[in-house]
Every structure is written in C-alpha cells, then in structure tokens.
Design a protein around this ligand. Structure first.
Ligand code: BG6
Ligand code: MG
Length: 222
C-alpha cells in the first residue's frame, strides 16, 4: 500500500448529516417536500447538482425549474451547508481518523482526498487537516463524478502512485463503486449490506487502523 485516497464527507468528518439537513430545509421551504430519512443514502457521494436533480425527481418537479432556477436553488442549499460547516473544528474529526492518518504517514503511505465536494479545502482547513494530506483532487477538474473512477484516479495521480497500490476509503455506495472502478482496494464505513461491493466494511471509523488497511490491501490488491 503506497497511498490511501480518502473520501471526506462521512469518512473524515460527519458532514454527511449537514448535507442532508441543508437539503431537507431547502426541500421543505421551496417545494413543501419532506425528504424521508432513507433518502440520505441516495445523496451520498454525488454532486450538488445531481443531488438537487434527485430531489426534484423524487418530488416529481424535474420539469418545473429552469437551469438558472436550479442553479439558484443549489446555491441556496450551499449557503445553508456552509453556515453549518463554518463551525467545524478539529473536535469534529471522526474517532480513529487522526491516529489512522498519523500511522499511515509514519509508514510512508501518501495521503490524498477524493471528495465530490467543492467545499473540501474549506472543511480540511476548519478541521486543521489541510497540511496533513499530500493532495486534494479537484472535483471541478474531473470529467465524471462518482460512481465513475475519475476523482479517485485524480487523487492517486496527484500523489504519484499507481491506482493498484492504493486503498480507497468511502462511506457511500457511489463512492465504493468509484474505488472499485479505479482498481483500488476499497475500505468502507457504514452498513455492511449497502456497501457490500467494498473489500472490507466496518461499522464505525473507530475500527479504522493502519493494520486493518495494510491487511486488507495485502489480501485484495491486484
Ligand atoms: C460529497 C457528498 O462528498 O460532496 C455529497 O457526499 C455532496 O452529499 C457532494 O453532494 C458535493 O458537495 P458540495 O459541498 O460541493 O455541495
Ligand atoms: Mg462520503
């Protein structure tokens, strides 16, 4: 294992809940639509615009808004979201992550971020982790979002490591598909059945250790 390529939201910090809260608020205010809790999974890993399209589709509203209106609605959601993530501090790093990053680094493993979020650099700054990662792939510069492999491939490239020497880390179904499509070993956190495409799924980030990553990589890499 020469590099670990991390998703950010829901893996390094629990921002997945803030995304869903912001979307729920927007959906209620703008469309008088209640998003069921089960909808959160559908929005993980996909871009801001794709998330809004999924919500509009759910409310049977897809044809009712112009491109410009969709853009304005997406901006509004982002304002709600940015308000929430502005309060993040290093206390919001998920359990086990700081030690995992330290141990990976100590073992010469490069660290990259492969998030669909345009807010990733801001969040890393807030968490005090901006200097810890060797590279942050820019989602605005890749052709296709998750489940396509592009953002994970960009993360590997940015740290100069071949994809088959990387472990990808995810909490989203679309993200695990992206890791596997990139020919990386996939470690996931969350529901074992939902994320069954991963090589290893653990219930919480507390279970993430250097040893686990190393063992899973040795067992499954191509
Ligand atoms: C991903 C989240 O990390 O980033 C998605 O899992 C989100 O839920 C996507 O839609 C885009 O984020 P942002 O911050 O650019 O709106
Ligand atoms: Mg995620």
């Amino acid at each position: 294992m020469q590099a670990a390529v991390f998703d950010l939201d829901g893996v390094v910090t629990d921002t997945a809940k803030f995304h869903f809260q912001a979307w729920s608020k927007l959906a209620k205010e703008e469309f008088n639509l209640d998003l069921p809790a089960s909808f959160e999974t559908n929005l993980k890993g996909i871009s801001r615009t794709e998330s809004l399209e999924a919500i509009l589709k759910f409310g049977d509203l897809l044809d009712k808004y112009s491109k410009e209106e969709v853009q304005n609605l997406a901006n509004k959601k982002n304002d709600y979201y940015v308000e929430a993530i502005s309060k993040l501090t290093k206390e919001d790093i998920l359990p086990g992550i700081t030690k995992l990053l330290t141990d990976l680094k100590a073992n010469g493993v490069k660290l990259a971020v492969a998030s669909a979020s345009k807010n990733a650099p801001f969040i890393l700054e807030k968490l005090g982790l901006a200097h810890v990662f060797d590279a942050v792939a820019d989602p605005a510069k890749v052709n296709a979002g998750k489940p396509a492999p592009d953002i994970f491939l960009a993360g590997a490239k940015a740290v100069g490591v071949a994809p088959n020497q990387c472990v990808g880390v995810e909490d989203a179904i679309a993200g695990v598909s992206a890791i596997k499509a990139a020919d990386m070993v996939a470690v996931a956190v969350g529901d074992k059945d939902e994320l069954r495409q991963a090589d290893c799924v653990v219930p919480t980030t507390r279970n993430f250790t250097y040893q686990l990553f190393s063992d899973v990589f040795d067992r499954y890499h191509k």
